[in-house]
Design a protein. Structure first.
Length: 104
C-alpha cells in the first residue's frame, strides 16, 4: 500500500472508531487532532492512537502498555491481536464500559 492509501485507511479507521464510540453513548470523550485520536476515559486515563506512515502502522498507547498494528485485512499486532478487540477490552477494564465489537 502506498502512503496515500495508508493515510486513507487510517482516516477511515479513526472515523469508524469515533462513530463506534458515539453510538455507544458513553461518558468517553475523544478528539482527533493532527492525525492522533485521543480517547479520554473517566478519571483522566487516555488511550492514544497515532499513525506511523513510514512503518505503515497504527500505534496504541494505553495505561497498560503499547501496541503496534499493521493492516492485514484487519489492524493486527504481530501476535495477531485485533485493534478493536483490544480497545474494547481495555475500555471495559479501565472504565467499566462495555462496547459491542459487533457494532464496529
Amino acid at each position: 500500500m502506498n502512503e496515500q492509501q495508508f493515510q486513507d485507511q487510517v482516516d477511515a479507521l479513526f472515523l469508524q472508531i469515533e462513530q463506534w464510540l458515539e453510538q455507544a453513548d458513553t461518558v468517553l470523550d475523544f478528539e482527533t487532532a493532527q492525525g492522533i485520536l485521543t480517547i479520554t476515559l473517566p478519571q483522566a486515563s487516555q488511550l492514544i492512537l497515532s499513525r506511523q506512515p513510514s512503518l505503515q502502522e497504527v500505534w496504541l498507547a494505553t495505561p497498560v502498555g503499547a501496541y503496534h498494528f499493521s493492516y492485514r485485512q484487519k489492524w493486527l499486532t504481530k501476535k495477531g491481536e485485533e485493534l478493536i478487540s483490544l480497545l474494547q477490552e481495555i475500555i471495559q477494564q479501565k472504565a467499566n464500559i462495555i462496547l459491542d465489537p459487533n457494532t464496529f
